[in-house]
Design a protein around this ligand. Structure first.
Ligand code: TYD
Ligand code: MG
Length: 472
């Protein structure tokens, strides 16, 4: 038998080369290329699925009209999780859940499987990382040891599929994690792109043929990509990331791709001593402990999918001792900060070129919306001038390069959430379509960034003593 041909595969993006390179041309990663025997795109197709050489089989073609039902779903009973999946796990679908190590993926999935098992479904939890005893200890800590979840510590995909095929088909199978799995059809080491891809393909085929929902856990590398499983993202039906940072207790579940549901929904959890607790009202959590009297803080009325979310944007603008002042952002796009700063300089006459600028989204939240521009600008102007913003106001609006404040979507929902949390003013762009009366809220429209700067400049300057809580 001829020696299996080896390929050089980038472990970050899965690009295949026929010789070693120091840098991957496809994704730009350094030292990520590893030799894999038989590594390549077609290596993992099992003989049973290959048609006889050169001769294809004829299959019937269908029209667009025909039977199409809502996919049958199994809700987990954990509302924040079901919100992100789109109402429950779809039969025969495969979900990839990615996240940093230690963020709580195994904990979340243990809680979800236990809830489903208690509801009478057959649920199997396969751990490739922890021994059965360790998983049991976690279940005990979560108070779930009595749920009828079937458990195994296994890493060979063929063995797993053979075991699952016995007895009643499971409603849900959790594979924790895909990086630890290996299949006989691929010859390279577990954890390599070829193995991860082949194992995932096998498990996806299992899901499609039996109707079981399969969850694959994937670890994320330091640059934020799901390592190895990056190459699996296009094969699965949904990609969900579990985010949060070590300094904060709450965790955010966010869907990045979902063939059967929304892609911009978030679910919010809090890590407690007894597992993950749902946070039904995240705005209150994100605004907890806010110092409304300090300059440089603005409350942003944001949207995450269909859900409004209030978060505090904090800015610190201080004269710089450096020739090249610092610009640092946590939780927002640094390019957008540069743009807002440039617009404030060009159209509102602010001098920020000799100042260090720090911007932080409080609580470890990450914001992607351009609607945050106005809140960020308000926080920057407030910090520069030393005047605190009105403590009962929320801000939202996109800033254009001309300094114009542009309307954003779902203004009414944002305003309603602010009213619910006890705010009394919303500072927002002029909008024709979504007028509304704001209910209990006073709506203050802004057309140009210079109006914001003038309004902040007219406010009283903050005294140095932190106890002086004068309000106007
Ligand atoms: P884990 O689910 O093992 O993370 P992952 O599978 O994503 O690697 O979660 C591990 C962390 O969660 C660990 O630091 C301990 C903490 N934790 C709690 O705070 N409370 C709990 O009830 C549990 C089970 C874990
Ligand atoms: Mg884990």
């Amino acid at each position: 038998m001829a020696r299996a041909r080896s390929n050089f595969v980038c472990q970050e993006c899965g690009a295949v080369y026929n010789r070693w390179h120091g840098k991957c041309e496809a994704c730009g990663a350094w030292s990520s290329i590893v030799e894999e025997i038989g590594g390549g795109s077609s290596a993992a197709v099992p003989a049973s699925l290959r048609s006889a050489r050169g001769k294809g089989r004829v299959f019937p073609l269908e029209g667009l009209q025909g039977e199409s039902k809502e996919p049958p779903r199994t809700p987990s009973g954990i509302d924040e999780l079901d919100r992100v999946t789109g109402g429950g796990f779809v039969r025969g679908s495969v979900i990839l859940i990615g996240g940093d190590p230690g963020i709580g993926k195994s904990t979340l999935l243990m809680q979800a499987t236990a809830a489903l098992a208690q509801g009478g479904h057959r649920v199997v939890f396969i751990s490739g990382e922890e021994a059965v005893g360790q998983v049991r200890m976690r279940a005990e800590r979560l108070g779930l040891a009595s749920s009828p979840v079937e458990l195994a510590s296994q890493t060979n995909v063929e063995d797993i599929v053979a075991t699952l095929s016995e007895g009643r088909p499971p409603a849900l199978v959790v594979i924790d994690s895909i990086q630890t799995m290996w299949t006989d059809t691929a010859e390279s080491a577990p954890g390599t792109v070829t193995q991860v891809r082949a194992s995932a393909q096998h498990l996806i085929r299992y899901a499609k043929t039996t109707g079981a929902a399969v969850i694959l856990v994937g670890h994320v590398t330091k640059d934020g990509q799901i390592a190895g499983p990056r190459v699996v993202e296009h094969m699965v039906d949904a990609v969900i990331s579990f985010e949060g940072d070590g300094a904060h207790h709450f965790r955010i579940l966010r869907s990045a791709k979902n063939r059967f549901g929304p892609t911009d929904e978030i679910g919010v959890f809090e890590m407690t001593g007894a597992g993950l607790a749902e946070v039904p009202n995240p705005s209150a959590l994100f605004l907890e402990g806010r110092d409304a009297a300090a300059p440089g803080a603005a409350v942003f009325a944001g949207m995450e999918g269909t859900r409004p979310l209030l978060v505090e944007i904090q800015a610190l603008v201080a004269p710089s001792a450096l020739g090249n002042p610092r610009r640092a952002v946590v939780g927002w796009d640094p390019a957008r900060l540069s743009m807002v700063v440039a617009v404030l300089e060009a159209h509102a006459g602010l001098k920020l070129g000799t100042h260090d600028i720090y911007l932080n989204v409080a609580g470890g939240m990450r914001i992607n919306e351009p609607a945050c521009d106005l809140a960020a600008a308000a926080a920057l102007v407030s910090s520069l001038s030393g005047s605190a913003l009105p403590p009962d106001a929320v801000y939202f609006g996109e800033i254009g390069l001309s300094g114009a404040v542009r309307p954003v979507s779902q203004a009414a929902t944002r305003v309603k959430e602010a009213a619910k949390l006890g705010f009394s003013t919303a500072i927002l762009p002029v909008s024709r379509s979504e007028g509304g009366d704001g209910g209990a809220l006073r709506l203050q429209t802004i057309g140009h960034i210079s109006e914001l700067v003038a309004a902040v400049a007219a406010r009283p300057r903050h005294r140095k003593a932190p106890s002086a809580q004068q309000e106007g």
